[in-house]
Design a protein around this ligand. Structure first.
Ligand code: SF4
Length: 324
């Protein structure tokens, strides 16, 4: 494998929500490295912490949530230590977000072109020429005339493309995408993911894509991280993860993907989602794990290399694990 250029390094990132019932550990000590120009997917059930992790990189966690520990170095700059003004400039210029559900993120009473102009001027100095907005719209596959339309005059796919145009407007190095196509049909989904991949190549940017659809992820990214209970439990290339998944949760996620033409019952992952307020002892997955051992109930496994570009947090794959 050729040496890759590191773009983002997360270390022990923790985001807690202080509620009346206790502290919910939404992101619970995440370590992750992203490389320049790659498409990385983060998959997990609802409540696994993936969207919270994205918001923490933009420092947009709302009360009662709080980033309580860790670091997030983007090309050596810790995003979590920037002052508010520098962070404001960093958003869109260096790190941009394509939100979930374009419907709710566009202003219904403002024309598309004005919304793009406003997004740019909020994060950059100077005026924005009409030609620049037209060019952005063309790059995301929309006619320049879209600029004069209101959101209600656009289809769901077109609205999502407008959000992508805003996200790439200042050529960020890191594009965060939170289930950007979840409300769209599969054909539109695929076309939008192709547009995003083309733009990413053009910019040389890194894309961090969050979702729960393993099938869509397999077609859209090069590496995958699997999140469970606020932690990353497996990381690897899409080929490795699908050919030889190591963590029992990853295996169950892959088994739950419907296979075209195969008649079989839907296979949900057994057991309920984990309580973030009262997480289990040891490995958070142990109450649902078909391969649980005694040590799993007592000790949490850390994320370790098992092969080149493949890490897993599971006692089944830690050779030097100790018996308790
Ligand atoms: Fe299952 Fe134990 Fe591995 Fe956790 S550490 S996933 S409980 S085998």
């Amino acid at each position: 494998m050729t040496a890759r250029d590191t773009l983002l390094v997360l270390h022990d990132l923790r985001v807690h929500f202080e509620t009346e019932r206790g502290i919910a550990r939404a992101v619970d000590g995440v370590d992750l490295t992203l490389y320049r120009g790659e498409r990385f997917g983060l998959v997990g059930e609802s409540g696994s912490g993936k969207s919270t992790l994205l918001l923490s990189l933009l420092r947009m966690i709302r009360e009662p949530g709080r980033i309580v520990a860790g670091s997030a170095h983007l090309e050596g700059t810790d995003l979590l230590q920037l002052d508010e003004e520098t962070m404001r400039q960093t958003r869109l210029q260096r790190v941009a977000m394509i939100p979930q559900g374009a419907m709710n993120s566009l202003n219904p009473v403002m024309r598309v072109g004005e919304q793009i102009r406003l997004a740019i001027t909020e994060h950059d100095e100077g005026s924005v020429a009409d030609e620049r907005i037209d060019d952005l719209l063309r790059r995301v596959g929309l006619p320049a005339a879209t600029s004069g339309l209101y959101p209600h005059e656009l289809s769901g796919g077109m609205k999502q493309r407008v959000c992508i145009a805003m996200a790439i407007s200042l050529s960020p190095q890191l594009i965060l995408a939170d289930e950007p196509t979840s409300a769209l049909d599969v054909v539109v989904q695929r076309r939008i993911m192709q547009t995003l991949a083309g733009l990413q190549n053009e910019l040389g940017a890194t894309v961090l894509l969050v979702g729960h659809d393993m099938g869509l992820m397999a077609q859209s990214v090069e590496r995958l991280g699997i999140m469970y209970g606020g932690n990353i439990v497996e990381v690897g290339t899409v080929e490795e993860i699908f050919a030889a998944p190591k963590h029992p949760y990853t295996r169950q996620l892959i088994d739950s993907i419907p296979v075209f033409g195969e008649r079989r019952d839907f296979r949900p992952i057994p057991g309920g989602a984990m309580s973030l307020l009262e997480p289990p002892t040891g490995c958070y997955f142990h109450p649902r794990c078909p391969e649980v051992m005694d040590r799993c109930r007592a000790l949490a496994p850390d994320l370790r290399d098992t092969a080149e570009d493949h890490q897993v947090a599971c006692w089944l794959h830690h050779q030097d694990s100790i018996d308790v």
